[in-house]
Ligand binder design. Structure first.
Ligand SMILES: Nc1ncnc2c1ncn2[C@@H]1O[C@H](COP(=O)(O)OP(=O)(O)O)[C@@H](O)[C@H]1O
Ligand SMILES: [Mg+2]
Length: 259
């Protein structure tokens, strides 16, 4: 059964005295519970707009988003806000998405309280300790601020924060694109393990097919606002049918093949 269903989703941005930008232009997709769907395409093809539309952060120009049988596009603002705890995002730049004036402790406490407003004292500490352990952060960093961490560690904090409301769906938008290659695989392995252990479903977005192929069960290739090819990762990599997918494949740096 499909967990998330996008039906002919369109997000167009009006442009004065000109044609609108068709950032998302008729996307239909089904995502199964527990899978990691990779969304790949070059910069500007509409990946982030698609994810923001799925999250109901932008109202679609047309089409429908159905989560677990419920049509999100028909909910009012209050209902959307409540539902949004079920889906969380992880972004490319954790430094921009984390509050620089909040310690790890207060960042995670705030995120936990979105779902459990009365959590405090021992229970709060325990929940924070569990989150930190899940993402591989030592408890001794609890009073540190974002600028005191490396990029990879900061992304771990952002991942812990996304997990705090116990989401069901995570959209990770270029989560490793700003990290060193050696750190990238650590974060990819972490995300893969979390999806399996916590029974999550994930949309993993990247412009880099070699990264997507590493983590995704299926891959959707996006080009100018449309999904031009969709398939099982291995199959799509070995036997791409669309010319654009072939182009993306050819663009993977050879050096990656050795790792
Ligand atoms: N808020 C916006 N207003 C107008 N145009 C936008 C807006 N957001 C994105 N776009 C345009 O939509 C297209 C897709 O952008 P985006 O979704 O960010 O692509 P990607 O994430 O694949 O790089 C681009 O042409 C971008 O300039
Ligand atoms: Mg983007």
């Amino acid at each position: 059964m499909s967990y998330l269903q996008l039906i002919d989703l369109k997000t167009h941005f009006p442009v004065k005295n000109s044609e609108p930008i068709k950032a998302v232009d008729g996307v239909s997709l089904e995502i199964v519970k527990g899978e990691i769907l990779g969304l790949v395409g070059e910069s500007g093809c509409g990946k982030s707009t698609l994810s923001r539309t799925v999250m109901q952060l932008i109202a679609p120009t047309g089409g429908r988003v159905i989560l677990n049988g419920e049509e999100l596009t028909s909910l009012n603002d209050d209902e959307v806000r409540r539902r949004r705890l079920d889906f969380q995002m992880i972004f490319q730049d954790p430094y921009a998405s984390l509050n620089p004036r909040m310690t790890v402790f207060s960042t995670l406490a705030e995120a936990l309280r979105t779902r459990q407003p009365h959590l405090k004292d021992g229970k709060l500490n325990q929940a924070i300790a569990e989150l930190m352990e899940r993402v591989g952060l030592d408890w001794r960093y609890i009073r540190n601020y974002p600028h005191e961490f490396s990029g990879g560690q900061r992304q771990r904090i952002a991942i812990a924060r996304a997990l705090a409301p116990q989401p069901k769906l995570i959209i990770a938008d270029e989560p490793v694109s700003a990290l060193d290659v050696s750190i990238q695989s650590q974060i990819l392995n972490l995300l893969k393990g979390l999806v399996a252990d916590l029974d999550l479903t994930m949309i993993f977005i990247s412009h880099d097919l070699s990264v997507v192929r590493y983590i995704a069960d299926r891959i959707a290739v996006m080009h100018f606002g449309k999904i031009v090819e969709l398939g099982e990762s291995e199959q799509l990599m070995e036997n791409p049918s669309h010319d654009y997918t072939k182009e993306l494949l050819a663009a993977i740096p050879r050096i990656r093949d050795r790792t």
